[in-house]
Ligand binder design. Sequence first.
Ligand code: GLA
Length: 383
Amino acid sequence: MIELKHKEIFQAAPQLKVIAPGRINILGEHLDYNGGVVLPAAVNRSLEFTFSTSPSAEATLFIYASSLNEHATIDPKSKLTRGWMAYFANALVALKEESLSIDQDISICFDGNIPLGAGMSSSAALCCGLIQGLSDLHHWSLSPARIAKLAQRTEHLTGANCGLMDQYAVMFSKEGHILKLDNSDLATSLIPWNLSDTSFLLINSKVDHQLAGTDSDYNQRRAVCEKGLALLQQKFPEVQHLATATSIHLTYLMDHMIPDDIIKISYVLEETARVSEAEVAIQQGDAKALGHLMYQTHKGLSEKYQVAIPETDFLANLGPLIDGVYGARMVGAGFGGCVLFLVEKAKAKRIIEQVHRKYLDLFGIDSTGFEVEISDGVSSRLM
Ligand code: GLA
């Protein structure tokens, strides 16, 4: 138990425990930074943090990453750009930018079962959980939206130019519901998830992805979209977000961008249309229709947005060949990570085994597969 670990490592009883979940995304991939609607949900895989404080003018974080068995000491002057420690250092920078400074020594133990670099937004869970904990310890009373934005800023400082979907999923999710986040105005609502005979499976391709880095594939995709929007706005200033552009706008862009970029932007427009259909399918409890949309999204991510890899293509393409699978698609940023399956609940275990065997045969990689439940967002408890 993390509480015992905390006592053992820091010789102090934890005063606060925070649990921050990972997420899946049903549909709306790469739409958050394009002002589109996304449909994520937190799941029952999470990071847990325990915190204890002691008065000190130095204001230092003493951190123990339990599953990695690694220690770090970070003060507000630490400059780190790599590894999990960079998120802690950059969270302090992000808070400082908003005149929020820690005023005591804080010992933090954290542990969890979200696979890292697997498209389940372990970094958003890390940043949101940490900032939630620091907010509670200092009585800053930060709103969930503010924590989400501070966590996003932390990721930007660490080199991934991400949107806000992951942080909102961590902060606003509710058990038994899909979160609808409209990134044009950050309005949120909850759609009840009524497909009780179905399960979501995550199959980890075990190919790690890396979002951070000035030239990362993720940042490049975002740059293409931003360029497209900027070009569009020169002629059509009323278009505020790429996700709300139309085919007329796309035709205009054809004279101003290379064909490969146009293909990527066409994915954004098509995915936006799919999200509206997915919302209806969820409301009607239509697993077949939703699954079909998931397959189409994967195809778009693979062939147009070009963020899938042979491993995730293979996994998603297994879906139609296996009895009991409604739909499958890569989830999160791409370039590796997990493939999300929507399946008949009763067949879930067998499907995991079948996928595992076929993937092992072809790629020689021992994938991990697990069923996930749609869960609550972040929680925090004084101890
Ligand atoms: C990562 C980013 C998100 C989002 C997804 C793709 O998870 O952190 O902001 O862009 O990729 O949908």
